[in-house]
Write a protein of this length. Sequence first.
Length: 386
Amino acid sequence: MKLFDVYPINDITITKAQGSSVWDDKGTKYLDLYGGHAVISIGHTHPHYVERLNTQLSQVGFYSNSIRIPIQQELAEKLGKVSGKESYQLFLCNSGAEANENALKLASFYNNRKKIIAFKKSFHGRTSLAVAVTDNPKIIAPVNQTDNVIFLPFNDESSLDAIFRAQGDQIAAVIIEGIQGVGGINVASETFLQKIRKNCDQYNSVFIADSVQCGYGRSGKFFSQDYSGVNADIYTMAKGMGNGFPVAGIIIAPHIKPVPLMLGTTFGGNHLACAAALAVLEVIESENLLENARKMGDYLQTGLAKIPLLKNIRGRGLMIGFDLPEELKDLRKNLLFKHHIFTGEAKPAVIRLLPSLALSKNDADIFLAAINEEIESMVSTPNQVN
Ligand code: PLP
């Protein structure tokens, strides 16, 4: 049997990983500033994480949500404490799309409405509602097309106010990434998030903060929306939550009440997933990784700002993007194959940095030296085939 060929891949096979480094099958070491797409939050194969998962696996790996699973409550308490959202309620699932799917359904159950406001350049996942609120027609199948989604320009306060004035009593939810990831690292402004809060309060709509990529400490605060000083009604989480173990969830404000079986899942919240998520929170806390993300993020942005050819350096914490001019369009490929550094991208010409929140200054310096060297070489020999 062949694999269903949907991924454009790099010809690299990773066989070992530790901290911010990975090694291929030939023993070459790479610096990982991509984190397997923002997933590696506390560093590859962190010893506490490995030990907690091993211990849990040797006790009980899985049982369904038909019995008591005390480690779920343990996770909820820890998450409440570390995120500062102690009054919220946790529902666990398995992926970012599923988290958003559940958040949108829950909003619609809550106020019995159908319309959803989403934003240009958004990405919320590939399941039916999550993809319907994603601004990319190429991945929306005919069966997912709906008139229930209204796309507005990102950070445009007047169009948001206008749509609420016109249709506020029909709006089930507003869904927004605190920092758009796939869309190219676009930070939602504090006043825009405050405006969403105000309109949702006025019209009893649900504010959903998609924190799948920008959450779990990546921005230097637990949720990037926290910079605005207002709370969302539902936060969705995945990626960094399990440091590679598939675990996701939504946290739900207290005014939204559960009804038996309105949401459900077979795998969500299983023992191993909870152990992974707890290990991540324990390390975030004990190693002060939110502060490290802020500090190293500022350090990287300051270093990148000294490179004149890099445009529009932006982001928060360890979620950073910058635009590449035409003459540097091969920079990402050259960093990977010549300097052995993984970075992320966004179309058409953005480099995205999504490293472990435990990134060291030494690793940041290795990256800054390599990118400076590579840009110098590309500019001095523009037609060189790399
Ligand atoms: N939401 C955001 C902001 C994302 O970046 C992603 C994935 O990149 C998703 C949702 C979907 O997550 P998953 O691929 O786990 O379904």
